[in-house]
Write a protein that binds this ligand. Structure first.
Ligand code: HEM
Length: 445
């Protein structure tokens, strides 16, 4: 039975958001189980914008580029990030940049941007290249779960490039563990600090990370080094504003989280598609062999095939599959009435497969991003794995640089394959990860 989320005020020409009376737990479970079937069903039943009661929170969902543009550009400043994202990852990523809004967000983003400019990126590449080359060369062969390998590698890169600290193994393990527990807590089902539970562990781990970063700040402030931690301690806006110790700690913890799973998921998807389509693996390998062992910053732009694979993998499986915002006052969205306090979410999982913008949208077809076809340009928000508007991913160049560097070394040193009938079993209950961790047959070349 169809009902409405809220009745528009008398005299308003806005439409009410249609929603169902279905049990909200079952509805959320069906979304997590198969988000594609879920959005197809809702599109057929309610149209492009529909409402949902998500465990007592009013939610509006939509999955097309026009809706994404309206929400993310936020022209009327009617939607905020902080209260929406806090609902999911609140206490663990307190005052991370993505959870700040409006003038305060602009102020912090301006300073943070210093850490992601070309000069800083070149420095990070120089830091991470030898370590990645070394770690990839040491990969095991035979049946290897690539997702696990990528996850461990990106965490080590993060510790090296972001922290720039030579930690004893015990200490590195302790910080890694605290970091993993903090990230896991965000997707806990039981969202209360029950001793031993994920939420509880997350809160304790957040404390471990805070203490760790605070302890290292004096040394980082005293001497500049080419890592993110140091850059944040010294970054200054044009007006001379700098981050407080508390800001540095909050941003470090958030950026570590934002950088980690997103890059791992992307590489896993790329490796999967290259295993299923060996002709693309060969094309990408030929380019990497042509570029020589050490990938320079300029070489990144010459990896045309890998770039097409990257874009298509991000289209089919955007690592951050949806973006929520909260209405800070009664407002409109796509001509519908949205009351204050509603969480409005746009889904890239759905919009990236919209046949209005992508031909055969379920097919792996990297050439759709070629200059001749440029399907991603069919609408400004047709392809948006990195989001859009003022909160657009600040690490998009760093992420692509890291992913390309790791795959460059993997392609040069190894070949990999999956059985002809293998389909990656995806788990969409939090960020999209392969339930089987992507086992491949890895051989040295
Ligand atoms: C392929 C990899 C990545 C993808 C697909 C991705 C995706 C996204 C998306 C969709 C957002 C916007 C969220 C929103 O508007 O609500 C975002 C924000 C952000 N990302 Fe990424 N990300 C990736 C890698 C990284 C990396 C490597 C870093 C850091 C080095 C990073 C740091 C951030 C930060 C700090 C924000 C918040 C920006 C703000 O609120 O101003 N991301 N990312």
């Amino acid at each position: 039975m169809t009902s409405v989320l809220a009745t528009p005020p008398a005299g308003s020409d806005l439409r009410p958001v249609p929603c169902s009376h279905r049990n909200s737990v079952l509805e959320i479970m069906s979304m997590r189980r198969d988000p594609f079937a879920f959005s197809d069903r809702r599109l057929a039943e309610f149209g492009p914008v529909s409402g949902l009661d998500a465990f007592g929170v009013q939610m509006v969902i939509s999955g097309n580029p026009r809706a994404a543009q309206e929400l993310l550009m936020n022209k009327e400043r009617a939607f905020a990030n902080g209260p929406a994202w806090s609902h999911f990852i609140g206490p663990f990523f307190n005052r991370g940049i993505m959870l700040l809004d409006f003038d305060e967000h602009r102020h912090h983003r301006h300073i943070l941007q210093q850490a992601f400019g070309t000069t800083a990126l070149k420095g990070y590449l120089q830091e991470m290249q030898p370590m990645i080359a070394d770690r990839v060369a040491g990969l095991p062969v035979g049946t290897v779960k690539l997702f696990e390998q990528f996850k461990a590698l990106t965490l080590d890169v993060a510790l090296e490039v972001f922290l720039g600290l030579d930690l004893p193994k015990d200490e590195a393990d302790r910080i890694n563990k605290a970091f993993i527990d903090t990230v896991r807590a965000g997707v806990a089902y039981v969202r209360k600090p029950v001793p031993g539970g994920r939420w509880w562990k997350g809160l304790r781990s957040r404390k471990v990370l805070e203490e760790f970063f605070y302890a290292h700040i004096p040394a980082k402030r005293a001497r500049e080094t080419p890592d993110l931690f140091s850059v944040l301690c010294h970054a200054e806006s044009d007006e001379g504003h700098t981050f407080t110790d508390e800001d540095v700690v909050n941003h470090m913890i958030f950026v570590l989280m934002a950088a980690h799973d997103t890059s791992t998921i992307t590489m896993t998807q790329m490796a999967y598609h290259m295993a299923r389509h060996p002709e693309w693996q060969e094309r990408a390998r030929a380019e990497s062999l042509g570029l020589g062992p050490e990938l320079g910053y300029d070489g990144l732009g010459e990896m045309t095939a890998l770039d097409l694979i990257l874009k298509e993998s991000l289209r089919l499986c955007p690592p951050v599959p949806a973006q929520p915002r909260m209405a800070v006052r009664d407002t409109s969205f796509q001509g519908f009435f949205v009351p204050k306090g509603t969480i409005v979410t746009i889904s890239q999982l759905a919009s990236h497969r919209d046949p209005e913008f992508f031909t055969n949208p379920d097919m792996f077809d990297p050439e759709r991003f070629s200059p001749e076809r440029a399907e991603d340009k069919s609408h400004r928000f047709a392809w948006m794995p990195f989001g859009g508007g003022v909160h657009k991913c600040i690490g998009l160049y760093f992420g692509q640089m890291e992913i390309k560097t790791i795959l460059h070394h993997l392609l040069r040193g190894f070949e990999w394959s999956v059985p002809a009938d293998y389909q990656i079993p995806m788990d969409y209950s939090a960020l999209p990860v392969p339930a089987d961790k992507l086992p491949v047959t890895l051989r040295r070349r």
